[in-house]
Design a protein around this ligand. Structure first.
Ligand code: SIN
Length: 494
């Protein structure tokens, strides 16, 4: 058993959790969970189908009225207990994340703290679901507004943050008084199962939180049941734009609420007047976090003429020094990519860019050596002379590749930055206060990092515009996505 597996052994669960019972898929099917670093099998979980999906809805619907009726302070107390359990298991959870997702252990534990912060935040927000009293328009008539939970929420979560993404969906849902059915990504189900197990230990009542696991092939069967079932009132999804559009189309039949956190194609702009050290540090932090596998990773790096060469040289030095290896290696900064498909996409993007004239400054190929001894490693890469014709300028690469585009004017770079259907995050570095306001307002994204590469926080609204989706996670706005507004009008009081 690997060191990581030993550390998280007590948290390993290998069944679905429905109606507070750990159970196999109704038809007994299972799927393997693979270590992306070695390609070896870590364990297996149920490969669920329609019957399991339906059982989860039945359980969540049955308990919904009682859970919604609980005082908010009680829901908050349970969330706080869950938060405390997550924190006291941070090393084991971090090891589990690193084991099945591949990120270095420091990042794995960092993700636990990041996800836990959302649970803590929404424990507090649970007690602040205020309504309104509207000033009287007619004598003897009172008008009031209540915030009510939307009902059963289906949470469909990605592999890149196996704990944080599910935590920031489940926590606001439970805080608002909704019940939850969840399906984690096929690559990383074990962290989600461990998290749900800890929720059970915290004392959430039977049926409030249910989870089913399924393979890539069978996931549509599970999701189709949830899409068609009118008892499921909301779907919250983080993942690709094509899947988000599918969910939007197919949930129209029952007019479900949707929160969609979809693909990004983040621009990162460095103006001539920027602090170059800060810009390089910001890019390193945001581009190479999780090996470049985040929706808010800079995908296109625009650098103005006057600082282009200096910036590229500083960046190349830092990127060349990044240590690539498995989570178990104490020095690793970049882990393996999640699977073979991910590496193939990165390879395709780099080859296409080079064919169209890009110059490789650092990296540009797969790596396999005594430390990074597995099939899914790709060298951190810097490319220059990137152009809009290249595939990496239109699609998310989702890997450790930093393509640098040279630009001349502010107007020109804003046009290029916005020339994408996506609009999740953007970053820029400048020390000109007038430019800062102009550019921040001109960028068509839900999030803008200004002289800052680390933008995500539980207290901030995370989400996109355009084809990066809608809905916000975290912050005081995050609860709104799980509540509906009810207007009460009481008359004949005068
Ligand atoms: C994502 O990649 O979808 C989320 C990244 C984050 O929360 O910072």
């Amino acid at each position: 058993m690997t060191a990581l597996k030993q550390t998280c052994a007590a948290l390993l669960r290998d069944k679905n959790f429905i109606q507070h019972t750990w159970c196999d898929a109704r038809d007994g099917r299972r799927m393997d969970v693979i270590d992306p670093a070695s390609g070896e099998t870590i364990g297996s979980v149920p490969d669920s189908g329609a019957a399991d999906a339906l059982a989860a809805v039945d359980a969540a619907q049955a308990v919904f009225p009682a859970w919604a009726a609980r005082p908010a302070a009680e829901r908050a107390r349970l969330l706080k207990r869950w938060h405390a359990l997550i924190l006291s298991n941070q090393e084991a959870l971090g090891s589990l994340i690193s084991l099945e997702q591949g990120k270095p252990l420091k990042e794995g534990i960092g993700e636990v703290l990041y996800g836990a912060a959302y649970v803590d935040w929404f424990a507090a927000e649970a007690t602040r679901g205020y309504g309104d009293i509207i000033p009287e328009a007619v004598p003897g008539r009172k008008m009031m507004v209540l915030k009510e939970p939307v009902g059963v929420v289906a949470a469909i979560t990605p592999w890149n943050f196996p704990l944080a993404m599910i935590a920031r969906k489940i926590a606001p849902a439970l805080a608002a008084g909704c019940t939850v059915i969840a399906k984690p990504a096929e690559d990383t189900p074990l962290t989600a199962l461990a998290l749900v197990w800890l929720a059970g230990q915290a004392g959430f009542p039977e049926g409030v939180l249910n989870i089913v696991t399924a393979s890539r092939e069978r996931a549509p069967e599970v999701v189709d049941v949830w899409l068609a079932d009118s008892r499921v009132r909301k779907i919250t999804f983080t993942g690709s734009t094509p899947v988000g559009k599918h969910l939007a189309r197919e949930s129209a039949g029952t007019l479900k609420r949707l929160s969609l956190e979809l693909g990004g194609n983040a621009p990162f702009i460095v103006f001539d007047d920027a602090d170059l050290d800060a810009a390089v540090d910001g890019l390193m932090a945001s581009k190479f976090r999780n090996g470049g596998q985040t929706c808010v990773c800079p995908n296109r790096i625009y650098v103005q003429d006057g600082v282009h060469d200096d910036f590229v040289s500083r960046l190349s030095k830092q990127v060349a020094a990044l240590a690539v290896g498995p989570a178990t290696h104490p020095d690793s900064q970049i882990g393996p990519m999640i699977n073979a498909r991910a590496v193939e996409k990165i390879e395709r993007h780099v080859k296409d860019a080079v064919r169209l004239g890009a110059r490789v400054m650092v990296g540009g190929e797969r790596v396999r050596n005594a430390v990074a001894d597995g099939p899914n490693y790709y060298l951190p890469t810097v490319l220059t002379q990137a152009t809009p014709e290249m595939a990496l300028s239109c699609e998310e690469t989702f890997g450790p590749v930093a393509p640098v585009f040279r630009f001349h004017t502010e107007q020109d770079v804003i046009a290029q930055a916005n020339d994408t259907p996506f609009g999740l995050a953007a970053y820029f570095y400048s020390n000109d206060v007038r430019r800062i306001w102009r550019v921040a307002q001109a960028l068509e994204t839900g999030i803008v990092g200004i002289n800052e590469g680390a933008i995500a926080a539980e207290a901030a609204p995370f989400g996109g515009v355009k084809e990066s989706g809608y809905g916000r996670e975290g912050s005081r706005y995050g609860l709104d996505d799980y509540t509906q507004t009810k207007y009460l009008c009481q008359g004949n009081l005068g």
